[in-house]
Ligand binder design. Structure first.
Ligand code: GSH
Length: 329
């Protein structure tokens, strides 16, 4: 398939000699308890559209599971391979999302803004009655799940963004976003040697720092799982499968850092994390869609995934994964 996402924020647009730059989200309305942007939190009203390949969308998948929002917020899963009209619902019967009745996510963008010609990205939340896109603001969506959707949380839902820890969580997430979540993309889509090397060093400098931080504490901030862990997890779980080879972040594999590998396994084995991961979708997307960096479209068979289920022993560090709450079913 040739360059289906040439103009997308996550596509092959980096070829030229411009540094890779992630576009800012175009639709940043918020769904809030008081509905101040015109979108009140309401059970059954909205549909979350994701690709299981996408790390930014996967944050929303994990957070939705941990908070027990599945009944309140339904889910559409796009085909991991976009075509020239971007994300599509070819996994559904008749190639149509059964709730929204559309074949392409771009139809919800068009319903929101007629003549829209910008990028179409996941995660996206669509208003079911009107079919309009509400938001594709991946940085805000999960924070709002944690703080605005509270009336619809399951009993025992954890507090993923505790007020007293927000400054620390924001600071940790800031470094992780810049150097790791987005750093791997800067390395992978670099169009010059210098740009690649800078990104490569950023990735591993930050991972080394994070590994040091996690040596004696089970989670990134405080004693419990927070938004910061979700955001680090979605990159770590893709690391050996795609970022190490495809994005050339190959100083070391996740499995070669005993601390980070145990931390990632701990989360993977926690209900709400590993059960949202689809390694096949991940590999199909990256290796087949980014034809600029993998022109043959050949999808590697490895790595061996059996290690993800092996004991991690991180419970010895203490910590209370869900605080006073409970794991999701
Ligand atoms: N919404 C954000 C980030 C989310 C994002 O980049 N998602 C990717 C998938 S991982 C995407 O949908 N890219 C559009 C495309 O590939 O066509 C953005 O605009 O940069």
């Amino acid at each position: 398939m040739s360059n289906p996402t040439g103009s997308g924020p996550d596509g092959n647009a980096a070829y030229g000699h411009k540094p890779f730059k992630r576009s800012t989200s175009h639709f940043a309305d918020r769904i809030t308890a008081d509905g101040r942007d015109g979108w009140p939190v309401e059970a059954g009203r909205y549909r979350l559209v994701v690709s299981r390949a996408c790390p930014w969308a996967s944050r929303a998948l994990v957070s939705r599971r941990l908070l027990g929002l599945e009944d309140a917020l339904s889910l559409a899963v796009a085909d991991p391979i976009q075509d020239d009209r971007s994300w599509r619902f070819t996994l559904d019967e008749g190639g149509r999302d059964p709730v929204l009745g559309i074949s392409y996510l771009s139809e919800a963008y068009e319903a929101r803004e007629s003549g829209y010609s910008g990028g179409v990205s996941v995660p996206a939340i669509v208003d079911v009655p009107s079919g309009k896109l509400v938001t594709n603001d991946f940085q805000q969506i999960t924070l709002d799940f944690a703080t605005e959707w509270t009336a619809l949380h399951r009993p025992g839902a954890p507090d993923l963004y505790p007020e007293r820890l927000r400054d620390e969580i924001d600071e940790v997430m800031g470094g992780i976003y810049r150097d790791v979540n987005n750093g791997v993309y800067r390395a992978g889509f670099a169009s010059s040697q210098d740009e690649y090397e800078t990104a490569y060093h950023d990735v591993f400098r930050r991972l080394d720092l994070v590994s040091g931080r996690l040596r004696n504490q089970r989670y990134l901030v405080g004693e419990t799982i927070t938004e910061a862990d979700i955001r680090l997890f979605t990159t770590l779980v893709r690391f050996d499968a795609v970022y190490h080879g495809h994005f050339k972040c190959n100083r070391s594999k996740l499995t070669e850092d005993p601390v980070l590998w145990a931390y990632a396994r701990d989360l993977f084995q926690t209900p709400g994390f590993g059960d949202t991961v689809d390694f096949d979708h991940i590999k199909q997307h990256y290796y087949r869609v980014h034809t600029g960096i993998n022109p043959t479209g050949i999808v590697p068979l490895g790595p061996d995934l059996t290690g993800w289920r092996t004991p991690h022993h991180r419970e010895q560090l203490g910590g209370r994964p869900f605080g006073d709450g409970t794991p999701p079913a």
